[in-house]
Every structure is written in C-alpha cells, then in structure tokens.
Write a protein that binds this ligand. Structure first.
Ligand SMILES: Nc1nc2c(c(=O)[nH]1)N[C@@H](CN(C=O)c1ccc(C(=O)N[C@@H](CCC(=O)O)C(=O)O)cc1)CN2
Ligand SMILES: [Mg+2]
Length: 302
C-alpha cells in the first residue's frame, strides 16, 4: 500500500477562504473587523517566523492585526500589564502569546491572565475545562489539535465510532486536547507517551495514530497498523549534512517513508499539520469576535 498524502496546505487554504468570507460578514454586521494581537517575547528565530506569518495571514483575512514585541529582558509584570491592556481593548478579539516564553516568565500565569473570551490559543483553563467537559462548541479549541481533526476528518468523515485512536504525546498544547476531540468523535482513545511500555505494540493497534511526541522519526513504519490514518504533528529540525555543511531539514515524529508503505493516509512534514495551525488561529479569531458580539458561531470545517 502507498498511503495517500493529506495535503495540509490545500486544506488550510480552504479554511482561510472561509475565514475571509466570515471576516467580511463580521465587518458588515458590526462595522469593525475582527482584531488579533500577537505578543512575542524575545528573539527566538522560529517564533519570529511564526509570528510574522500570523500577522501576514491576519492582514490577508482583513483583520485589525497588532504585533507586540517585547525584549527578552522584560519582566513578567510588564507582560501581564500588556495582556491586561489587550483584554480591555474592545477592538481586540484574540490575544495570542507566542510560546515558548523566555525563562523567568511563568507561562501559566501569563496564559491565565488572558480573557478566556479572547483566548484564541485555547490554552486558558476555562477553555481547557469546556473542552474536557465535552462542550467544545462553547470553547475556543487549540489550533493544532483542531487543525489535525480537520485533516483527519477529510479522510475518515466525522464519526470515529468503533475506531481505536492512539495519541503519542501528552502535552497541553496538542496531546491532551487532541485526545479530547477524538473522544468527542466517539473514538476509543489511548494516550501514550515516551515512557509508555510496549509503545510500538500499542501503536500497532491504532486505526488512527496521532504522533505528537516531539522526537524526530521516533515512530517507525513497523509500528503502524496496515490501513491506519497517521497524523504527524511533529516539527523537528535535524542536521542534514547531505545538503551541505551546517544545513538542516524538517522531519516529523514519524518515519514518513516507512509509514507510507503501511498506512492508508498520512500527513507530511512539512506541509501537513503545520499550515493548519495558523489557519485555525485565524478561524478562532473570527469565532471569538463573533461570540463576543453575540453572533452565531461560524463553521470552518472542510
Ligand atoms: N502560542 C502558541 N505558541 C506556539 C504554538 C501555538 O499554537 N500557539 N505552536 C507552535 C508554533 N507554531 C505556531 O505558533 C507553528 C509551528 C509550525 C507551523 C508550520 O507551519 N510548520 C511548517 C514548517 C515550518 C518550517 O519550515 O519551519 C509545516 O509543518 O509545514 C506553524 C505554526 C509552538 N508555539
Ligand atoms: Mg506537518
């Protein structure tokens, strides 16, 4: 079997088209565009790229887009003061603090300070609680898990009843929320991680395998059940001396070439889940804006 490649860039483009329409409709109804503020602390080069891309997509979607860049030396109190100012700004619907934050700043405290109604990352305990209570329809759902589900559903349809989903990874950003979303689609869900015994054996029982462990190509082709759908959330930069001295390349958490011989469908890295993260951030911003204005929740499923 050669797996079908799930094209995240193409699906993200469809979501972004819907975002543009929803953004224009929002502006027609309210007289203002949705507003997104992205906060970057420090100079992490990957974070700088992600934040720039978020600003570019926000502008393309017709949003009011703000970027706040703070030096690495900034105090936690100053970050909290900025979040407080953005919470109070009626034209800002979405606030995102780019992670990771520099050492010395308490990430949990910063995330807790964001107004849950503006928490377009879905990381605030109120949104986490709503998702875990089975009320995802009232929550802002984290972007990477929500995007992963759209890619998965493009292959399986919306019901996963009778399917065993194995999530490898237990982060708050991906592993735990994606497990909740899979449960809500009636999958039987196992959360495994790097310290799970018999990990390969457990993965081999997965009809749906979500890899979010952050270890380059850890999941081998022999771990994949024939016909499984594989969602690779990993984005790992590894040395690529074959490309020249000091060069690197991106790989996922799955050994893609091996898995392709076994799976029925798989997301590539790059070009799979990654592009969905930013598309879903734009979707969450229109959702937050609509809910804040008492408008119906827009739908961005593909
Ligand atoms: N506040 C947040 N911080 C972080 C999040 C997040 O969702 N919210 N996620 C990641 C970083 N991230 C967005 O912020 C992100 C990561 C990867 C991609 C992406 O498109 N990846 C591409 C490859 C990109 C490359 O060439 O380097 C792909 O997989 O195709 C987008 C967004 C951590 N921080
Ligand atoms: Mg990807």
């Amino acid at each position: 079997m050669t797996a079908r490649i799930i094209d995240g860039k193409a699906v993200a483009a469809v979501v972004l088209d819907k975002v543009r329409l929803a953004s224009a409709a929002f502006k027609d109804k309210t007289g203002r565009p949705p507003g997104l503020a992205v906060v970057l602390v420090g100079e992490d080069p990957a974070s700088q790229v992600y934040v720039r891309n978020k600003g570019r997509e926000a502008e393309a979607a017709g949003f009011r887009s703000e970027q706040h860049t703070l030096p690495v030396s900034v105090s936690e109190a100053e970050v909290l003061a900025l979040v407080g100012k953005l919470n109070a700004d009626p034209g800002i619907d979405g606030i995102l603090v780019q992670l990771p934050l520099p050492k010395g700043i308490d990430t949990e405290r910063v995330l807790l300070a964001i107004d849950p109604a503006k928490d377009v990352d879905g990381f605030h305990p109120i949104n986490v609680g709503l998702l875990n209570a089975g009320a995802a329809d009232k929550a802002l759902v984290p972007c990477t898990p929500a995007g992963s589900m759209i890619l998965l559903e493009s292959v399986t349809g919306s019901s996963l009843a009778g399917k065993h989903a194995v999530v490898v990874g237990r982060s708050n950003i991906v592993g735990k929320p994606v497990a909740q979303l899979l449960l809500q689609r009636d999958a039987t869900v196992t959360i495994a991680h790097s310290k799970t015994a018999n990990l390969a054996e457990i993965c081999r029982t997965a009809d749906v395998l979500v890899a979010a462990v952050g270890r380059p190509e850890m999941i081998r082709g022999s771990w994949v059940k024939p016909g499984a759908v594989v969602i690779d959330v990993g984005v790992n930069r590894i040395p690529a001396p074959e490309r020249g001295e000091g060069k690197t390349r991106l790989v996922g958490d799955v050994a893609t070439a091996e898995a392709m011989d076994v799976a029925s469908a798989i997301t590539p890295v790059p070009g799979g889940v990654g592009p969905m993260t930013i598309a879903l951030l734009m979707a969450n911003t229109v959702t937050a804006a609509s809910l804040r204005e008492g408008l119906p929740r827009p739908v961005f499923t593909v």
